[in-house]
Design a protein around this ligand. Structure first.
Ligand code: KG4
Ligand code: ZN
Length: 354
């Protein structure tokens, strides 16, 4: 079974060809960072127009690199949501037109399901059931994953997502977009212990068992520290690095402790980390070290598949087709739709328990 995967939910055009007998045959991501850089964030209309420009050439290139004639495709998978409406529409319309022309199913995939299952593409995939820590620009969630399409939400952010907190704090520190990697890099030069920011919703975690997150207060604490230093005339490069490190430490600490609590509550020993913030080195070090100490295994997608890409979309579709979950809906589909706002726990056959 050979699947073309298309991802256009935000500021990356991702295309991949996945063969469930031979693995990933080709994958390519075109990042729009340079396009949005001067605006300090993603401009939705520009994002859509750029997807229009990039998508078809990327598809042709991926098919030829995979040495696959498009008539050999068994399905076209695309990100149906969540994401920017206009950007999603580009992927959905191209995928649906192509599938209709070829007489094969077009399968709409939930973006977070793509992230969540992407570690299964690695050489040593985790076995179900596991806990997934999903940390992207729009989401921070802890899920119990029992199988494909069987997800139970254990906790999520009440306000900003972890990636969003990284991006907003980076902006405050006048770092270029995208903020997460830039802030992490600045934090490398920070001195530990100079600033100490709050760890929201961590107090009495053992007793409360509350697995939700809150990052907006942390962002405010950084803003106040920043302002105070500026007023005192000591907001130099070193101080900004010290603030970045203290911010990152607080986020990593909260994510680590909540994840440990989720593993304990669910009685599981396998953790999967997915989404853009999963590329953060400090987070990886913290989770790995805690895993060694507490006896759980941590799985990450390959670094290139941490951020948005088409491979995870093709792969999620392959797993759904293999599990017999998606095929009927996909073949019966007429026209196409996108879902800019879409909870993973609302995704078709996905079960929810709050
Ligand atoms: O999963 P993703 O590529 O896109 C969404 O689905 O949102 O995640 C993007 C988020 C952004 O907020 C970005 O700043 C953050 O992931 N990110 C990082 C790092 N790399 C990407 N945050 C912290 N450290 C990083 N190394
Ligand atoms: Zn993503």
């Amino acid at each position: 079974m050979i699947i073309l995967g298309i991802e256009t939910s935000c500021d990356e055009t991702g295309v991949a060809v996945y063969d469930d007998a031979h693995g990933l045959l080709a994958h390519d991501v075109y990042s729009q960072i340079a396009l949005h850089d001067e605006y300090g964030g993603v401009v939705p209309e520009l994002a859509s127009r750029d997807h229009v420009r990039r998508l078809l050439p990327l598809i042709s290139a991926a098919l030829s690199r995979a040495n696959i004639d498009m008539h050999r495709l068994d399905a076209v998978a695309f990100t149906e949501g969540p994401g920017l409406a206009g950007a999603l529409l580009v992927g959905a319309s191209v995928a649906s037109a192509l599938a209709m022309g070829l007489g094969i199913p077009a399968i709409g995939i939930h973006h977070l399901e793509g992230h969540l299952l992407s570690p299964l593409l690695s050489a040593q995939p985790p076995a179900f059931p596991f806990i997934a820590l999903l940390v992207s620009g729009g989401h921070t969630q802890l899920m119990r994953v029992a199988g494909v399409g069987d997800y139970t939400l254990l906790g999520e952010t009440q306000d900003d997502a972890a990636g969003e907190a990284f991006d907003k704090t980076a902006k405050l520190l006048e770092l270029p977009y995208p903020g997460g990697p830039a802030l992490a890099e600045l934090a490398e030069r920070g001195r530990p212990g100079i600033f100490n920011f709050p760890r929201p919703m961590l107090t009495q975690l053992e007793r409360s068992g509350n697995l939700n997150f809150s990052f907006s207060g942390l962002k405010t604490a950084v803003m106040l520290a920043n302002r105070q230093c500026a007023m005192e005339g000591k907001l130099d490069e070193q101080t900004r690095a010290d603030i970045a490190l203290a911010f990152q430490d607080a986020v990593v600490d909260v994510l680590t402790q909540k994840t440990v609590a989720a593993l304990r509550v669910a009685g599981l020993g396998t953790l999967v980390v997915a989404g853009g913030v999963g590329a953060n080195r400090a987070l990886r070090q913290s989770l790995d070290a805690t895993g060694r100490r507490k006896g759980f295994r941590v799985h990450y997608p390959e670094l290139a598949l941490c951020t948005d890409n088409g491979a995870m979309i093709a792969f999620a579709a392959a797993l759904r087709l293999r599990a017999g979950v998606a095929i009927q809906a996909a073949t019966e589909r007429r026209g196409f739709s996108v879902r800019p706002r879409w909870e993973l726990t609302e995704a078709g056959d996905v079960r929810a328990m709050r």
